[in-house]
Design a protein around this ligand. Structure first.
Ligand SMILES: Nc1ncnc2c1ncn2[C@@H]1O[C@H](COP(=O)(O)OP(=O)(O)OP(=O)(O)O)[C@@H](O)[C@H]1O
Ligand SMILES: [Mg+2]
Length: 250
């Protein structure tokens, strides 16, 4: 699904990502972990086109996407969430979700005037999709609540749901469980598993919390100072001395 080949990113003198390579298989739950400042979010921004690599290539579904714009990559069915929650607080949960889908017929003024029916049909489908997803995460009742009135954990759930509205094949989640209590965290992890199992989505998950990744992901790459210092199953990674030293030891 995704392939990083020798990717490097320099920020005026600081090497945030250092010759990093890994492959995310289709339909997998792939984790990217590492201490603070190890280059996880930068890697995300490189994959999603928010940053351009200094060198190296990134391939998505066998196509070279290096240097493409975020909207071009998004159109190829890749979606993301941000480390800090970005919901529109003054809008309802449903309104937040309806903002996401691309190619909305009502978006272009002329088709909306000439073909109001097509526009309404598309909106109906999007509402139906949103309700399926809200049901899955247990937020069906909150459809008309203002997003800003939801708990922090629920806002994260809305953000993941919004990423799902574009019918993505690959979803990148930046710290989906940070700052969330264990019960709600399990709800989010189950949601992610279900989205993979029932909607066939591939996930690349950045997490600081080792337990989350160990619990959820089938394969993990470990970054330290921008370098990949280990990769494997959770069991393999957790007994890799380099990883234990750099990450678990702290
Ligand atoms: N836009 C930028 N300009 C300059 N330096 C940056 C920029 N973005 C990130 N960095 C630096 O690059 C390094 C990697 O940062 P990054 O945010 O990718 O780490 P992270 O692994 O996501 O950390 P965290 O766990 O704190 O979220 C850090 O030293 C950071 O200060
Ligand atoms: Mg980060």
């Amino acid at each position: 699904m995704l392939r990083l080949e020798d990717v490097t990113k320099d920020f005026s003198g600081l090497r945030a990502v250092d010759h990093c390579s890994f492959v995310v298989p289709r339909h997998s739950l792939f984790g990217l972990i590492g201490p603070n400042g190890s280059g996880k979010s930068t890697t995300f921004n490189l994959i999603t086109g928010f940053l351009r690599p200094t060198s190296g290539r990134i391939r998505f579904k066998d196509q070279d996407i290096t240097g493409k714009k975020p909207y071009e990559i998004n159109r190829m069915n890749m979606a993301r969430t941000f480390q800090l929650v970005k919901v529109f607080r003054q809008m309802t949960v449903m309104e937040n979700l309806l903002l996401a889908p691309k190619n909305q017929a009502g978006e272009k003024l002329i088709p909306a005037i000439l073909r109001p029916k097509a526009s309404r049909e598309a909106e109906k489908e999007n509402i139906a999709r949103a309700r399926v997803l809200l049901n899955l995460i247990g937020l069906a009742e909150a459809e008309n609540a203002l997003a800003g009135q939801l708990s922090y954990a629920e806002q994260k759930m809305v953000e993941i749901t919004r990423a799902m509205m574009t019918q993505p094949e690959l979803v990148l989640l930046d710290e989906p469980a940070s700052g969330i209590n264990p019960t709600l965290m399990n709800r989010i992890l189950n949601y992610i598993r279900q989205l993979r199992d029932e909607h066939g989505v591939t996930f690349l998950i950045v997490e600081h919390d080792m337990r989350v990744v160990m619990n959820l992901c089938e394969r993990i790459a470990v970054l330290n100072y921008g370098r990949k210092i280990g990769e494997g199953t959770p069991a393999e990674v957790s007994r890799d001395p380099l990883v234990v030293d750099a990450y678990l030891g702290v």
